[in-house]
Design a protein around this ligand. Structure first.
Ligand SMILES: [Mg+2]
Length: 479
């Protein structure tokens, strides 16, 4: 892995590991502090980042590229907290199950809440026939803003209070890389926003495509910086005390959010991928010495305001890899993606959920809830990741697919959910009903837990005791 040999100049904007009060890290750490006050320890927090991240299999191998768990995460799932605590527990809170939600296409579409989402949140917050509150978190591949900003938006849209302590977005995991790299290229998002987010994560020297275009307008012949972009972009030579751009070395590329100008961003990412060890304006003769390239997720499609799904950064990732191969004599490029469906992202979500349950609801933090219902709209990331997590986790991860986003009703997706429903409200009601039925079945079977399909669940709801599990493909039965 290349590393800048040039000293990184100090800048006023730099704030090594100094986390903004508005950042996810603050809220996350605040939740941790509350746990610490309760005498809870999490030995996984300070584990050394894994160096294996840059050695994943070829990104041109689609299975390998998108295989959950392919990238060994810097987010070590760690060891769950092990010291039992006995805080005051909300008596009306569900202690053995929880929900996790994707956002776009499930709760929000085109900046507006999906109508049933507001109702679904009310149900989770106690407006249900059992009067119970159910813990929940949000896990989105989206990004481009501070986590607190996105939480504020979500709070307004869903008419609830959303805390950064219950929120993970696509680039949240990238904060774990701030100490690893000196000079990084950050791509995507509106204006300077992603640079600001990266610096709040502790990245010390953040370069944007705008900085490179300002330094050499010929980099992308048809991209002209606006006056504001020109003013906001930094003078690379002066900041690095360099005489020429080739004195500046990019140690890693991070695509934080969707590109706003695919053509120039593609050109700049490719230039760096094909450079001599990340050195700007150089070209490798072997095309195998560029710095690592990270995308905050790999979703090719996402659900926006348009009737049909829109292209996401996973599409740009595919283009980068394809064009690299085309222009480097067949050499393949390895890029890395975080977010769903990576199992490591779900493991991180598990830790967050445990801490959120403890800090917010007074529940024990030593164990995850027995069942987590994950509600998503994209089979390739939401459902695939949840099902993969269910295979490896010690608790149950139950995938629910909604019809309000990327998934097209009537089609059979490659990755099948445990349950297909119309909206997020149906998903919430299904999960709660299933849990209540299981509770009923435990009572009626002397504590023995029965696996329930819909028929068995209905039997329990009707006051009968199910004595078998019908093995019906729930997805095919539903379409
Ligand atoms: Mg979605």
């Amino acid at each position: 892995m290349s590393s800048s040999t040039l000293p990184v100049p100090q800048r006023r904007a730099m704030c090594p590991r100094q986390v903004s009060s508005s950042s996810f890290a603050d809220a996350f750490d605040d939740a941790r502090r509350k746990l610490d006050e309760l005498g809870v320890q999490d030995p996984g927090e300070d584990e050394v980042l894994s160096p294996a991240l840059s050695s994943s299999s070829s990104a041109t191998d689609e299975t390998a590229s998108y295989s959950p768990g392919e990238v060994e995460s810097p987010l070590s799932p760690g060891t769950p907290v092990t010291v039992p605590i006995t805080p005051a527990v909300d008596s009306d809170v569900a202690d053995n199950f929880a929900f996790a939600f994707d956002i776009d296409g499930v709760l929000i579409r085109g900046g507006q809440p999906i109508p049933e989402a507001v109702e679904a949140m009310k149900v989770l917050n106690g407006e249900n026939e059992w009067g119970i509150k159910v813990p929940y978190i949000f896990l989105t591949n989206g990004g481009g803003k501070f986590e607190t900003e996105r939480c504020r938006d979500l709070s307004q849209q869903l008419e609830i209070d959303v805390s950064p302590g219950q929120f993970i977005c696509g680039h949240t995991p990238m904060r774990e890389f701030a100490d690893r790299y000196g000079t990084v290229l950050v791509v995507g998002g509106e204006g300077e926003k992603c640079r600001d987010v990266a610096e709040s994560y502790g990245f010390r020297d953040v370069i944007t495509p705008g900085d490179i275009l300002k330094a050499n307008a010929a980099t992308a012949p048809f991209r002209k910086l606006t006056d504001m972009e020109h003013a906001n972009s930094r003078d690379l030579l002066a900041r690095h005390g360099a005489e020429k751009l080739s004195d500046i070395v990019i140690d890693a590329v991070f695509v934080f959010a969707d590109s706003r100008d695919w053509a120039s961003d593609l050109q700049i990412i490719l230039d760096i991928a094909q450079s001599k060890g990340g050195r700007l304006e150089t070209r490798s003769e072997t095309f195998d010495e560029g710095p690592p390239i990270y995308f905050s997720h790999g979703d090719v499609l996402w659900s926006a305001a348009h009737e049909h799904a829109r292209l996401g950064m996973g599409a740009l990732r595919r283009i980068v890899e394809t064009v690299f191969e085309e222009t480097s004599g067949g050499k393949k490029l390895k890029t890395h993606a975080f977010g769903k469906p990576q199992v490591s992202t779900f493991e991180f979500a598990t830790r967050l959920l445990q801490q959120w349950r403890a800090a917010q609801h007074g529940l024990g933090a030593s164990e995850p809830p027995a069942t987590v219902y994950f509600v998503g709209d994209t089979p390739e990331s939401d459902i695939r990741g949840t099902n993969a997590m269910n295979e490896t986790a010690k608790n149950e991860w139950y995938s629910v697919l909604v019809k309000t986003g990327v998934y097209q009703a009537g089609t059979v997706p490659k990755y099948k959910p445990r349950k297909l429903v119309d909206t997020v409200l149906d998903a919430v009601n299904h999960g709660i009903r299933r849990e209540m039925a299981r509770l009923g079945s435990r009572k009626s079977t002397g504590g023995r837990m029965l696996p329930l399909d819909d028929a068995a669940l209905k039997a329990v709801s009707d006051g009968r005791t199910p004595d078998f599990e019908m093995r019906v493909d729930p997805f095919l039965a539903a379409v």
